[in-house]
Ligand binder design. Structure first.
Ligand code: ADP
Ligand code: ZN
Length: 738
């Protein structure tokens, strides 16, 4: 009997075993098959050929989709590791590795035809003028107008647009059909400081490169931390490692936190490797992602630049994996499978016998600890290139400022003066506040009624709306118009409290009416292309000041920025997260690192209520080593990661009591499975967000030195009560414990 184990895209479901009937060829591992699941037929992926005889009344697979594997064997193995380590369903993990649309259709590896709307077709006037367009034709134009570079006919078909309709539109000159040139997502990338020519490395760079190159050449699995201050030229080293790997016939995977925020890295690789680079991230359209994925699968590229999901890219000759800004929290996926891109990259590197380089100016506590212990190699860049000094940081004590200026102060006099100075010199300014919106709460001054989200235990954030104010929940997106009067007592005294980026922008506009100001936060970049456009306008000098959230703190390289203002350095310090100090240190160090990257020296002005806090003090001095010492002492004392491992379990229920009683049962079961007693269970207790999207939430933690013990206990518990899977979220190595 020929049998296959198949991963299907059903949350939490384990592998299913099927019989391969005589009429069908045996599907390859990593190939897709159509299988019956309950009353449905789904596309799954073959994971293994089971060895045990198993039950004989197996169902038959219906069809074999791929005769060649879609997923490579090592990627299949990686997905299984992810499913096991993060306690996720195999199907969920495999879905992360699939190109978009792979669940629906067989993929053609041949060139395909695309259709794009013509100038005539995109002109609404000529369109309305061309009488007699059917609803279907209009719909097709609508779909196509969303994509400047056109869409493949296969994708159009999936979206309900037949090639017939396209044919008729083409006949009227409204649509153009062509053989697909693959769409190039780099075309939209902002090209800042692209220099394809390779420059001489500084002595420090040369040393670090030499060290990493030797490791890469050995062709063995190895992890190295590249700890280099901001502006020390880490990208140049990545570039050379990739070049060296290419010459040895091996490929490079460069992972970045968010491509849109670090377009210069992608652009630089493009300028150097041309066609031999593929780019992968979630901001691309399905069609673009599909193209890029298949270019990699065909072996047409030497380098993949991508975000966390690129860790599953179908590269067969991996030699080097670089995880840039390895400390960045966007490497962690906050939905199933809850994997950490950096940690999966290390496992992938192990399988591929590759060198894994973790780069950062502010390494995570986890990585630095491994570097100190010798588990990871370490290369260091202590100076900026061309001996540019690090930005000088001035702290402004906002308590004194409030005493002088009143409690409404947002921008201190010192920061205002510094901005004024830069504007006069035609230099650029970044202003950071890691909180979006206009105000953080609305309440009635008479009766105290505050606007909370009806679905979540969180106060609504005030945003500027076209007419007046909106109040919006940042978790579930519940939105209401802020009324003129209090809902409870009808008093006309509604007041805003707290402030976010929108208010900072408003204050800046008021103070500096001549300045050209842009804002970057999740609200201002909703429209596709808005972020790229803001960043490129800033890069081109069309904006003087850019206000924003942590998005502006990431790896940008704007040489004309000579001042960085931090409105409220302690935004993150008040939260009940043991990583708050680490986050604050990273954010401040990174944002200060954006200043003075060009010829002129930079300066940062940091406003804070806690100027004496060690995270703030040490970030100002850019003293990572002291910060690590201090922080690791605290983690050790409190028994927090990285000195122990942590698993977070959130139990959801319709009511608090229901969630609590489920959680209590689960923790009791877990205690029985904790045979070795190598871990403790903390809780259950109300989750910090006790209501979220209408559900009640209770949480507990498992904490101990050995993850495997915790994992095994959780697995045993889940095997016993599989129905509970739908009510709980298990987060192994959680980064966000709120
Ligand atoms: P990091 O990623 O370490 O913060 P980057 O790689 O962005 O630093 O480099 C900072 C700046 O220095 C960039 O503008 C880069 O082009 C420039 N640079 C890097 N290496 C050299 C070098 N060897 N000589 C001159 N300029 C360099
Ligand atoms: Zn809500």
């Amino acid at each position: 009997m020929r049998k296959v184990s198949v991963a299907v895209p059903v949350p939490f479901l384990d592998l299913l075993t099927y019989n391969v009937p005589d009429g069908l060829t045996l599907p390859p591992i990593g190939g897709r098959v159509r299988v019956p699941v309950g009353s449905r037929v789904l596309t799954g992926c073959v994971v293994e050929y089971p060895s045990e005889p198993g039950a004989d009344e197996l169902k038959d697979i219906i069809d074999v989709v791929d005769n060649d594997p879609l997923l490579l064997p090592d990627v299949v193995a990686l997905c299984r590791w992810v499913a096991d380590y993060y306690l996720a369903g195999v199907g969920d993990a495999m879905a992360a590795a699939m190109p978009p649309g792979a669940r629906r259709q067989a993929t053609s590896f041949k060139t395909k035809r695309v259709a794009a709307v013509t100038a005539l077709g995109s002109d609404p006037l000529s369109r309305s003028g061309s009488r007699g367009l059917t609803p279907k034709q209009n719909e097709a134009l609508e779909v196509l107008s969303g994509s400047a570079t056109g869409l493949p006919l296969s994708e159009l078909r999936d979206r309900g647009v037949s090639s017939d309709v396209i044919g008729r539109l083409a006949a009227r000159g409204l649509v153009l059909r062509a053989e697909a040139d693959e769409r190039d997502p780099f075309e939209r990338a902002v090209m800042t400081n692209v220099h394809p020519s390779i420059r001489a490395l500084t002595t420090e760079q040369a040393q670090a490169f030499q060290q990493l190159m030797t490791l890469a050449d050995a062709g063995e699995f190895r992890v190295a931390l590249l700890h280099g201050v901001t502006g020390s030229g880490k990208t140049e080293i990545y570039l050379r490692l990739a070049e060296r790997a290419r010459r040895a016939g091996r490929q490079t995977l460069l992972m970045v936190p968010e491509i849109a925020l670090t377009p210069s890295v992608a652009a630089l690789f493009r300028a150097t490797f041309g066609e031999r680079v593929a780019i992968q991230h979630s901001g691309l359209s399905d069609g673009e992602r599909h193209d890029q994925w298949h270019r990699v699968r065909r072996g047409d590229v030497d380098v993949v630049v991508g975000t966390r999901s690129a860790v599953f890219a179908p590269l067969t000759r991996l030699g080097v994996i670089v995880v840039d800004e390895e400390h960045d929290t966007s490497y962690k996926q906050e939905e199933a499978p809850r994997y950490h891109g950096r940690d999966v990259a290390i496992v992938r590197g192990q399988g591929a016998k590759a060198l894994v380089v973790l780069g950062s100016a502010t390494p995570s506590m986890e990585s630095y600890q491994h570097a100190l212990s010798g588990k990871y190699a370490r290369a260091t860049l202590e100076r900026r290139v061309l001996d540019r000094p690090l930005a000088a940081v001035r702290l402004v004590n906002m308590r004194e400022e409030y005493a002088e200026q009143g409690p409404e102060a947002v921008i201190s006099r010192e920061l205002a003066a510094a901005i004024d100075d830069r504007l006069a010199r035609r230099e650029q300014v970044l202003v950071l506040l890691n909180r979006r919106g206009y105000a953080t709460a609305v309440f009635c001054r008479q009766c105290g009624d505050a606007f909370e989200c009806p679905n979540c235990t969180i106060s609504l954030t005030v945003h500027t709306a076209r007419h007046g104010w909106n109040a919006r929940c940042h978790y579930c997106n519940y939105t209401m118009t802020v009324p003129v009067q209090c809902r409870k007592c009808a008093a006309p005294y509604l007041e805003h409290a707290g402030f976010g980026t929108e208010k900072v922008e408003a204050h800046l506009r008021q103070k500096f009416p001549e300045a050209r100001i842009g804002r970057v936060d999740r609200d201002s970049i909703r429209r596709k292309g808005a972020l790229a456009s803001l960043l490129s306008r800033f890069a081109a000098g069309e904006l003087d000041v850019l206000v924003g959230t942590q998005m502006i703190a990431k790896g940008h390289d704007f040489p004309r920025v000579t001042l960085v203002g931090v409105i409220s350095a302690d935004v993150g310090l008040g939260v009940a997260d043991f990583r708050a100090g680490e986050r604050t240190f990273q954010l401040l160090t990174q944002v200060a690192g954006r200043a003075g990257r060009g010829e002129r020296t930079g300066e940062a002005v940091v406003q804070t209520l806690y100027p004496e806090h060690y995270s703030i003090q040490l970030a100002c001095r850019q003293d990572y080593a002291s910060f690590f010492e201090r922080e690791i002492g605290y983690r050790r004392g409190m028994r927090y990661p990285p000195t122990v491992a942590l698993v977070n379990v959130i139990v959801r229920g319709r009511s608090f009591d229901e969630a609590m009683s489920t959680a209590t049962q689960l923790t009791q079961r877990l205690k029985q499975f904790s045979v070795t007693s190598s871990f403790v269970i903390l809780g259950p207790a109300p989750a910090p967000l006790v209501r979220l999207r209408g559900e009640s939430r209770v949480q507990f933690f498992l904490k101990g030195p050995r993850r495997a013990d915790m994992r095994n206990a959780l697995k045993a518990m889940l095997a016993e009560t599989p129905e509970v899977r739908r009510k709980i979220t298990v987060d192994v190595d959680p980064l966000n414990v709120l």
